[in-house]
Ligand binder design. Structure first.
Ligand code: PMP
Ligand code: G9A
Length: 408
């Protein structure tokens, strides 16, 4: 196993002088501290004894019911029995790996994909196969080609890991027709889909899409949801939704992993849902995050040099930037941190360590002022790299006698 580049970087970015676009952290200014204080008192007063006790491995029933109800409003057809409460959806990923993966099994992932996902699957010695994403996420034709060719070589991938909306790290979203096609392909090749969906409720433009789980008629999707991005990651409460036969296996795995997730946190999360606070809170953070996303897009337009491109997400927390091929963001990160700005390097999100000229930028954590300043600092760092490259004696990107740079 190897260190998580996000987790390691989070330590560096705790330095207040550094403007961090690195961790996918919610804005701390938006946490509903007063509501949580009131709920905390209510839980202790009314349910203190149960809330401080162990609970069932599956989770606190009334929370599971409230989650099922909320998911059904979003087009699913589940009961509390399909819901397993986990310690973050990160634990859901781990439980899935522990339950379903044997050494050498193949998992199909996006290129790029969430590094916490690949880290979880890697720890069960699975092999990752990346499918290059475009502005609409995973291309079903490329997926079908990959599965066909793996099949020809005797490999039948077990899992297909998809982050359908405002993907981490790219910010891109799979449109409805691709969701349907991907399901058909998963059916044809008998692959289990892991639909990891922490961001879909953070939509700033456009219309909501049905989850893959809700359009799956064959029970081959496991869905992961979490309170981390819409309420608080410190709560560490999330949920896995699975068809009953798969759920039973996940529960047994969790029994051996941690007995149960934080009971007190589950009571808190239940109250937050039961009091109808979540939707108001999501509306509030959407307003804040929309403004921050727009501020980052504007700053990128203003400061980033020619030869750079970036995604324009309709929601979520991330923008994915691509720099000229010759820049290695892994080598540049030290200079960026010296310049007091941080991002996550592109290679961290690629199973084969490609994407070296890319970076993930989070826009929800920094303040509006920091966003403009941080993007300027980053742009200056990139410009220095470009200049250094052009000055290399053998640079193919050196300006010609007319000042034109060709070959970029
Ligand atoms: N999946 C994805 C795609 C994520 O972006 C994250 C956190 N950023 C997680 C899972 C884990 O979230 P948590 O464990 O906090 O629920
Ligand atoms: O940066 C992310 O993608 C989310 C946060 C993960 C972490 O705290 O490890």
């Amino acid at each position: 196993m190897k260190a998580s580049e996000i987790r390691e970087l989070l330590k560096v970015t705790q330095n207040k002088e550094i403007i961090s676009f690195a961790g996918g952290l919610p804005s701390p200014k938006a946490f509903p501290i007063e509501d949580i204080r009131n709920i905390c008192n209510k839980v202790l007063t009314e349910d203190g004894e149960a809330a401080l006790q162990y609970c069932a491995t599956e989770g606190v029933t009334k929370l599971r019911e409230a989650i099922a109800q909320r998911m059904n409003v979003k087009g699913m057809d589940v009961t509390y029995k399909n819901i397993l409460v986990t310690t973050g959806s990160q634990q859901g990923l781990d439980l899935i790996g522990k339950t379903f993966l044997n050494t050498g099994d193949t998992v199909i992932v996006g290129a790029p994909t969430y590094l916490g996902g690949t880290n979880a699957f890697n720890s069960y010695r699975a092999k990752m196969e990346g499918i290059k994403l475009d502005d609409d996420g995973m291309n079903p034709d490329l997926l079908a080609d990959k599965l066909r060719s793996l099949n020809l070589h005797g490999s039948n991938p077990k899992l297909l890991y998809i982050i359908p909306s405002f993907q981490n790290p790219s910010g891109v979203t799979l449109p409805a027709n691709r969701r349907k096609k991907i399901l058909d392909i998963a059916h044809e090749y008998d692959v289990l889909i892991i639909e990891d969906n922490p961001y879909s409720e953070l939509r700033y433009d456009g219309t909501p899409l049905d989850s893959i789980y809700s359009i799956d008629k064959e029970n081959r999707t496991i869905y992961l949801g979490t309170f981390s991005k819409v309420l608080s990651p410190g709560l560490r409460i999330a949920w896995t939704i699975a068809p009953r036969e798969l759920m039973n296996k996940l529960i047994i795995t969790k029994q051996a992993s941690d007995l149960c997730s934080n009971t007190f946190g589950q009571y808190m999360a239940y109250e937050y849902l039961a009091q109808g606070l979540i939707d108001t809170h999501i509306e509030k953070i959407k307003t804040i995050y929309r403004e921050k996303r727009d501020a980052m897009l504007t700053a990128l337009d203003k400061h980033f040099p020619e030869g750079t491109t970036w995604t324009k997400p309709e929601g979520g927390m991330f923008i994915w930037a691509t720099l000229p091929e010759y820049i290695d963001t892994g080598l540049m990160i030290e200079k960026a941190i010296e310049n007091k700005v941080a991002y996550v390097i592109g290679a961290a999100f690629h199973a084969d360590r490609s994407g070296k000229n890319c970076m993930r930028l989070n826009y929800t954590y920094a303040s509006l002022d920091q966003i403009d300043l941080g993007i300027k600092k980053l742009a200056d760092t990139i410009k220095d790299e470009i200049k250094a490259h052009e000055q290399k004696p053998d640079s193919q990107y050196k300006p010609d006698e007319n000042g034109l740079i060709t070959g970029v």
